[in-house]
Write a protein that binds this ligand. Structure first.
Ligand code: ADP
Ligand code: MG
Length: 353
């Protein structure tokens, strides 16, 4: 049975439904990412779990006990959860050691236990040498590690992180997201991690929950979400893709933008309205006409950009629609040239609309 459950969870601010009937079951020890664009309700969902906000409908259960429901919520300090904020929220007048020790002092642990437990977590988070510094004397990455150490030292039942890396520069973000994942492998706290960054979600998560306008669009492993998106929104948001909107032509074929595309996977719309998603790097570009009757289109190179490891093409179909293609650097065709596109059926995914 799931450890943390959101059942039909709903939150309104005025007329706006910010969290709209969310159902989510999280198993113990899993790291789940809530992923979606700014404003889709991620932080509000996290605040509902933490107890900083009270739902208008539905409920939240931990180990089958209801901790939040409409009009009633157990206060945050009685939830045994740790929350990490984007801003770190460290106490500037306390040393690293004291910042981390604070939660244990509240729990009235003996001084010897505090020294031991804080020492252990500072080692794990590579802060041992900085224990006597103040937050103002630390880099952004070090401050974020202190907030992680402070959250982990109290051995929370549930760990909540809200865009924990967004104040760090790109290199540090990459390093710390690996650290967060390896800390999770070590401690296995049930974790809900909020981010708008798909790479961050794919690096850290066991399960990704894609949110769109207050509701869940899809739940799955990183590979599931990337390879088998169920909607245009998910296909576009995770990894970037070309979308062709057209009509179901029967027999696994979709007719869109003057091209007939056989699709190797996906759902065909019952009404006949079907879109097709194909990733930029799955489209083949060539100056000679491929030997296939479907999944081929003639087009014109509009622009080509050399990016070292690959080339990024923008190609225009005869209907005027554009297609992005990422190719091997060896495929070097200048702008203005007539080309052929091939969309391999195994990479064409039908999306019911
Ligand atoms: N306290 C609040 N009062 C009114 N509107 C709010 C409040 N908190 C969030 N919202 C609105 O709810 C929506 C979702 O916000 P939020 O959960 O912060 O999104 P995200 O974290 O995904 O960017 C936004 O439109 C935001 O303006
Ligand atoms: Mg947010």
């Amino acid at each position: 049975m799931a450890f943390l459950e959101l059942a039909n969870l709903t939150k309104r601010y005025g007329a706006a439904v910010v969290v709209n009937g969310v159902n989510l079951a999280i198993d113990q020890g899993k790291l789940v990412c809530l992923l979606g664009p700014s404003g889709c309700g991620k932080t509000t969902t996290l605040r509902l779990i933490a107890g900083f906000a009270v739902p208008d409908g539905g409920e939240i259960r931990v180990g089958s006990r209801v901790i939040s429901k409409a009009g009633a919520a157990k206060p945050p300090e009685r939830r045994n959860m740790s929350m990490i904020f984007q801003s770190y929220a460290l106490w500037p007048h306390m040393t690293v050691f004291e910042n981390v020790a604070y939660g244990l002092r509240l729990r009235r642990l003996a001084e010897a236990d505090i020294t031991k437990q804080v020492g252990a977590i500072l080692d794990v988070t590579k802060l041992g040498a900085l224990a006597q510094r103040y937050p103002g004397e630390l880099s952004g990455g070090q401050q974020q590690r202190v907030s992680l150490a402070r959250a982990l030292v109290v051995k929370p039942q549930i760990l909540l992180l809200d865009e924990p890396l967004s104040n760090l520069d790109a290199n540090l973000r990459e390093e710390i997201r690996f650290e967060i994942r390896s800390l999770h492998d070590q401690y296995r706290y049930t974790t809900v991690y909020v981010t708008h960054d798909q790479t961050e979600a794919m690096t850290t998560a066991d399960v990704i929950v894609v949110m769109n306008q207050g509701a869940i669009d899809q739940i799955g492993s990183p590979e599931d979400i990337y390879k088998r998106p169920l909607s245009e929104f998910v296909a576009r948001f995770i990894g970037g893709t070309n979308i062709f909107r057209g009509a179901n032509a029967g027999n696994d074929h979709v007719s869109a933008d003057g091209v007939v595309l056989q699709c190797g996977s996906g759902e065909f719309g019952p009404s006949g309205e079907t879109a097709v998603s194909i990733r930029h790097h799955d489209v083949k570009l060539s100056e000679t006409q491929p030997d296939f009757t479907s999944n081929v289109a003639s087009a014109m190179v509009e622009r080509q950009i050399y990016l070292g490891s690959h080339r990024d093409y923008l190609v225009r179909l005869q209907t005027g629609a554009t297609v992005r293609v990422v190719s091997d650097v060896a495929v070097d065709i200048p702008a203005g040239r007539q080309v052929w596109l091939y969309f391999p059926p195994e990479h064409c995914r039908a999306l019911a609309r």
